[in-house]
Design a binder for this molecule. Structure first.
Ligand code: ZN
Length: 253
């Protein structure tokens, strides 16, 4: 596996509807089931399901290590934490600070984030079963980025993926959302996801190519027109803002 792929670790962009929500206490309407068990934030769930479908089509099975390794409530993170860490000092293990106290990792246990600090508590992380199996790992290295996922700690946690794209799902996910009528939840304050309409897709594609710097708002406004025109000029096409078949072809739309 290439070093470049493993270096693909990017920070999480938080979906707008998670702002102000306490980790581990997501309202039910923001969570959706994912293929093979468990729940994630609705945008992360779409990204996971799209990735799962693509993997399956190429003969690779993805599933979470358990339903508890998708979205984790505060209570379940706390229970897991207390199973693995203790207050009595243990010589030679790592420690975490929680509720103002130092906790020691029990011998033979794997590390776990303190309650409220894991991206599992935001519904954005999922642990993939048997992630280090070479065929699966190679598929993941080649594809996670396309579906808006990135690792957090490599190479020690090849199973732990987080959805990092915030309110702008990558084209492969936006397409899956449109096909599966994956609407934003009624109670969500988030703007329509990138897959909302053709203009949003156009903006997204122009943004990836570096021609569009504005928000993905699904409106063919002056900034969008200017980006289309600049893109056409760069590709030696008629210098106007009409996004015709040639433009769409070049943008992969
Ligand atoms: Zn994890």
């Amino acid at each position: 596996m290439s070093k470049v792929a493993w270096d693909y670790i990017v920070p999480v962009v938080l979906p707008k509807d998670l702002k102000g929500i306490e980790p581990g206490k997501l309202p039910a309407h923001l969570l959706r089931p994912i293929e093979a068990g468990g729940k994630m934030h609705w945008l992360a769930a779409a990204a996971y399901n799209a990735m799962d479908e693509a993997a399956k089509a190429e003969g690779v099975e993805l599933k979470p290590t358990s339903a508890g390794d998708t979205y984790r409530s505060y209570e379940s993170q706390l229970a897991g934490f207390k199973q693995r860490y203790q207050l009595e000092p243990v010589v030679g293990t790592s420690t975490k600070t929680f509720e103002g106290k130092t906790w020691y990792l029990k011998k033979g246990m794997a590390m776990l984030a303190t309650p409220g600090k894991s991206q599992h508590n935001l519904g954005l992380a999922v642990d993939i079963a048997n992630a280090s199996e070479p065929k699966r790992l190679n598929w993941m290295i080649a594809n996670v980025k396309k579906f808006g996922f990135s690792w957090e700690v490599v190479p020690s946690e090849p199973w732990h993926l987080r959805y990092v794209n915030g309110d702008t799902p990558p084209p492969a996910v936006a397409e899956w959302m449109a096909k599966n009528n994956w609407e934003k939840p009624a109670g969500s304050a988030a703007p329509a996801a990138g897959g909302g309409n053709d203009i949003a897709k156009l903006q997204e594609a122009l943004k990836i190519k570096g021609f569009y710097k504005g928000e993905i708002n699904g409106q063919k406004d002056a900034a969008t027109d200017a980006a289309v025109k600049a893109f056409k000029v760069a590709n030696k096409l008629t210098a106007d803002s009409v996004a015709g078949p040639k433009v769409k072809e070049l943008l992969g739309l």
